[in-house]
Write a protein that binds this ligand. Structure first.
Ligand code: GLA
Length: 383
């Protein structure tokens, strides 16, 4: 496992002087509440025990150098020339973060940095937000400024929206910053209230990465536009509605005949997801982990049928899981269109479940997924 001393040593090896700041930020698993964040909705997620590190020291001038220890790649960029992102480059997450920190009055000095991560790439586990949050914590320390957690989260979101061009919400940043060991993070994206919700001790999370990622930036943004169209339609009769958060399933059923079919289906998913988050909290409070798990299965069905952000590989993983001993619930997690499924399973069965899941998927597709048993971890910290 990555640790602060290892990375400080790697920094020294690379730049021949000691690092002065270090921060780590975890990825996330979305448990319920899919595509609810940019609809002023609610979600249950967790900070996962896979993380990204950012270790740095200031340097004179305006040029920064960053080495990614996982790929061995290096990037150099000038703080005076951040206006234009380089297409499809991971350094955009750092450059965009610096732009957003500057906008918030934080003057980031030139720096050298190494980064390292144990979060699977492009899997839908919040790797981008983890890099933003780790860099944000380390670079604000370099600048001698403290940003409140919500501002840091919003800087990360703004980096994705404005610099990367993905109109994402705040789920990944909230989860990375506010996670607690053994707990889910309940986030309300309207009030920005966050609460820890205890995960039952007897359950484990098996994550399966189907290792397929269908290109989705365009699809993601398109889903968001359809949600906005649904709100605009519903507002004509119900001016009090300002986001899908304000809409009930009954209202949607009444509005269905006049509504554009895609806008209706996307809205139906989001409204259902908000309901499942509140129902899920209630089931956990009652200690009914089976009923909680069923909500995950329902969530996946809703993704598949209404939001159409699943794909054959994810559907097969969920179906294979549903046939296994120990299964409580499974669904895609995050944006969708590939990446991971998350399976809530009985702790005692977790290792066998992961093995059988991989075998069953392999026999149906010829490919082996990457499986991991994951836990809820602490949120981002300086180290
Ligand atoms: C991605 C985005 C989040 C959220 C999820 C779907 O992870 O980054 O903001 O919208 O998809 O819930």
């Amino acid at each position: 496992m990555t640790s602060s001393p290892d990375l400080r040593a790697a920094f020294h090896d690379t730049f021949n002087r000691p690092a002065t700041v270090a921060a780590r930020a975890p990825g996330r698993l979305e448990i319920l509440g899919n595509h609810t964040d940019y609809n002023d909705g609610v979600a249950l997620s967790l900070a996962v025990d896979r993380e990204t590190w950012f270790v740095a020291a200031p340097r004179p001038g305006t040029v920064c150098a960053v080495r990614d220890l996982r790929s061995g790649e290096c990037r150099e960029f000038d703080l005076k020339a951040l206006a234009n992102p380089t297409p499809k480059d991971w350094a955009n997450y750092l450059k965009g973060m610096i732009v957003e920190l500057n906008r918030r009055g934080v003057t980031v000095p030139a720096f050298d940095a190494v980064i390292q991560s144990t979060i699977p790439l492009s899997a839908g586990m919040g790797g981008s937000a983890a890099l933003e949050m780790a860099a944000g914590l380390a670079l604000t320390q370099l600048a001698g400024v403290e940003l409140p957690w919500l501002e840091l989260a919003k800087a990360g979101q703004a980096c994705e929206n404005a610099y990367i061009g993905a109109r994402t919400g705040l789920l990944d940043q909230f989860s990375s910053l506010r996670g607690e060991p053994g707990h889910l993070v309940f986030s309300d994206f309207r009030s920005h209230e966050v609460q820890a919700v205890l995960l039952p001790a007897a359950v484990a999370l098996v994550v399966a990465n189907c290792l397929v990622k269908h290109p989705h930036t365009g699809e993601y943004n398109e889903r968001r536009t359809r949600c906005e169209e649904a709100v605009a339609f519903l507002q004509v009769k119900h001016p009090e509605i300002s986001a899908l958060r304000d809409v009930s399933v009954a209202q949607l059923e009444t509005a269905k005949p006049g509504m554009e079919v895609m806008a209706w289906r996307r809205a139906r998913h989001v409204v259902g997801e908000n309901g499942r988050v509140f129902a899920g909290i209630e089931e956990l409070r009652r200690g009914d982990v089976r009923a909680f798990g069923r909500l995950l299965d329902e969530s996946h069905d809703s993704s598949r049928v209404y939001f159409e952000n699943s794909c054959p590989e994810l559907d097969i993983l969920v179906a294979c899981g549903q046939a296994l001993p120990g299964h409580l619930g499974a669904r895609l997690s995050g944006g969708g269109f590939g990446g991971i499924t998350v399976h809530l399973v009985r702790e005692a069965e977790a290792a066998a479940y992961a093995e059988r899941l991989a075998t069953a998927f392999h026999s149906r597709t010829g490919n082996r997924p990457e499986t991991m048993i994951c836990h809820a971890a602490a949120g981002a910290r300086r180290a």
